[in-house]
Design a protein around this ligand. Structure first.
Ligand code: DOR
Ligand code: ZN
Length: 358
């Protein structure tokens, strides 16, 4: 038996408010616990988006009633809410800035809209960028000019990881995360496909950032030391939506991240300590998260099994890793002294989870 600390996922799309047919605070925290995650940070691209006190409270009230693991809620940077989100910073996980095209309406196209957020958001509070390729380079420049540390979400490209490496070598305060789907899949991976008539694209491959090339994936693995965190970017959409003519981008990932990483560890591609640093030590520091006393995850390192969406707690009902053979199963999760998950069953009740900022 392997004992790990309660893991942290700093990038989760909960879907409540607004799209609870995909997921809600109850199902998402069940999937988290089953994946060994005891703290998740929720993204603000909900309906409505989380961009002021009223919308923040909608999400936090739902979380308080339903969440089974601990949580924080990000604020979304909008075109005219820099002062509002700055004043709400102590109640939030951090500020998420959508600088590139994504699912939902939060997007800051014009760089003049970035400036007030960089100027006003508290220096000690986390700022997370959805910024791909050259947009990422621009975000790093803003971080230098306005002297605000930033965290780059879901790094997927060789050019990105190499620039972050160079920025870190210059002493620039930039951190980053990489998602399992960008470590284990390429744009050419054979993914299960929907059978619906009239399907023009395989919606099940759609994710932002897109799946990249083998050279990009290799660059991520070869620069593991530059990667501060692993994060799922758990972005559930139903199979009917994924197999439709206009499939929304996003993959679920809460229950598959740890088994995939443990499998890679069993193959010698990284160590268990590398995993713990990136799913506990570093995110705890970067996102200023509190201790969870009497909290741990038990793993059967030798359990070999197939990933099946039907074992999942997410409401979305599918996984891009269907049928993959993995080694390493979460058998028990203890959260603040209470057994929250054991032998495939969720034991923590709705409402047991705590806001990391309370
Ligand atoms: O694939 C994605 N899905 N990328 C994003 O940036 C958003 C996410 C979602 O909310 O579905
Ligand atoms: Zn995301």
């Amino acid at each position: 038996m392997l004992k790990l600390p309660g893991l942290i996922d700093p990038h989760v799309h909960v879907r409540e408010p607004g799209a609870t047919h995909k997921e809600d605070w109850d199902t998402v925290t069940q999937a988290a616990l089953a994946g060994g995650i005891t703290t998740l940070l929720a993204m603000p691209n909900t309906q409505p988006p989380i961009f002021d006190e009223a919308t923040l409270n909608i999400s936090l009230d739902a979380a308080k009633a339903k969440a089974r693991c601990d949580y924080g809620q990000y604020l979304g940077a909008g075109p005219a809410n820099a002062d509002i989100v700055a004043s709400l910073a102590p109640k939030a996980a951090g500020l998420k800035m959508y600088l590139d095209s994504t699912f939902g309406e939060l997007r800051l196209d014009d760089m003049t809209l970035w400036t007030p957020h960089f100027q006003q958001f508290p220096k000690s509070a986390p700022m997370v960028m959805h910024s791909e390729s050259r947009t990422m380079a621009a975000a790093i420049l803003f971080s230098v000019i306005y002297d605000h540390p930033i965290h780059i979400a879901h790094v997927s490209l060789k050019e990105e990881i190499l620039l972050i490496k160079a920025a870190k070598e210059k002493g620039i305060k930039v951190t980053c995360e990489v998602c399992p789907h960008h470590l284990f899949l390429t744009k050419d991976s054979p993914l299960p496909q929907g059978e619906g008539l009239g399907v023009r694209v395989n919606g099940r491959t759609e994710v932002r950032p897109r799946l990249a090339t083998q050279a990009d994936v290799d660059a991520l693995w070869n620069n593991l030391a530059v990667i501060d965190c692993f994060a799922t970017d758990h972005a559930p959409h139903t199979l009917a939506e994924k197999d439709s003519d206009s499939p929304p981008p996003g993959f679920p990932g809460l229950q598959t991240m740890l088994p995939l990483l443990l499998t890679a560890a069993s193959e010698g591609r990284l160590s268990v300590d590398d995993i713990v640093q990136r799913l506990y030590t570093n995110p705890k520091k970067i996102f200023h998260l509190p201790d969870q006393p009497e909290t741990w995850v038990e793993v059967d390192e030798n359990a070999v099994y197939e990933i099946k969406a039907s074992d999942g707690f997410s409401r979305c009902g599918w996984t891009p890793f269907e049928g993959w053979q993995v080694k390493g199963r979460v058998t028990k999760v203890v959260l603040r002294g209470k057994t929250a998950f054991e032998n495939g069953k969720i034991l923590a009740e709705s409402g047991y989870g705590r806001n990391v900022r309370d």
